[in-house]
Design a protein around this ligand. Structure first.
Ligand SMILES: [Zn+2]
Ligand SMILES: [Zn+2]
Length: 257
């Protein structure tokens, strides 16, 4: 029993390290891209603004590293169960029809999106819940690419269980799960980077107008009562909380000094 607990702790530590390194690497990459595109955002000329930004990024990294540890714990439990064959995770592509590969990715993303939209709305609806769970994330005004996992531990825990629980219920190929995690990381980082990565025509286009990018989420960080979604805009549109896109993160960046 003691050995199993120790093994689980070690696995949590290893996964936490992987999540932390992934977060730091991807955030640093997109912060660098954003800084090249919009130097005023990441290196303001005013020393006081610069000092505030450095303090903010430090805070964002601190909370995010804590979140990495919290995400790792339920992931380690699921991983240990997988090693014993106790989950619906599979490694043989032929175990399910091929069409299930992309569909499973969508199912996982839609489930995460639904959970995020409603828990996020609840945190904004009840002031006590906002203060206890979500105020930390909104300390980033405006956010940087390092705010991707900048959550209070209560908020991090409110979402950390979802994918680990889903692997017990919804079959998914290990590769497809990696794609889900890749998309989740990419979107969490780029939606906070302060610069729209996608061309305006794509963001407003037939496909892009249903997807959340920096233009959509940036508005949430300045106007708290709108744009609650994570990946897709349909919940916001369906329930009248979609306030459109922020011009702040789209070039030309007129406000930069
Ligand atoms: Zn919020
Ligand atoms: Zn955010």
């Amino acid at each position: 029993m003691a050995t199993a607990t120790l093994a689980l702790l070690l696995l949590t530590l290893q996964l936490g390290l992987v999540i932390a390194v992934r977060y730091l690497g991807v955030s640093a990459l997109f912060a660098w891209i954003a800084a090249r595109r919009r130097p005023g955002t990441y290196r303001p000329a005013d020393p006081a603004r610069r000092a505030r930004l450095v303090a903010q990024v430090r805070r964002e990294i601190g909370w995010s590293l804590l979140s990495a540890g919290l995400y790792a714990a339920p992931a380690a439990l699921a991983f240990a169960a997988f090693a014993r064959g106790g989950t619906r995770l599979y490694t043989d592509v032929a175990a399910m029809p091929l069409w299930w590969l992309p569909v499973s990715v969508l199912v996982y993303l839609f489930a995460h999106d639904a959970w995020f939209y409603w828990s996020h709305r609840a945190m904004h609806h009840w002031p006590a819940l906002f203060r206890a769970m979500h105020a930390v994330h909104h300390e980033s005004r405006p956010p940087t690419a390092f705010a991707a996992m900048s959550f209070h531990p209560f908020e991090a825990l409110s979402a950390a269980w979802l994918y680990p629980a889903m692997v017990f219920l919804v079959p998914i190929h290990v590769g497809a799960l990696l794609v889900v995690l890749l998309i989740a990381t990419f979107m969490a980082v780029t939606n906070h980077m302060g610069v729209e990565l996608f061309p305006r025509a794509w963001v407003n286009g037939r496909f892009g107008r249903h997807i959340i990018t920096a233009s959509h989420h940036d508005l949430h960080h300045s106007r708290y009562t709108a744009n609650y979604g994570l990946y897709f805009r349909f919940w916001d549109k369906l329930f009248g909380t979609d306030s459109g896109l922020s011009a702040r993160v789209q070039p030309p960046f007129a406000q930069d000094g």
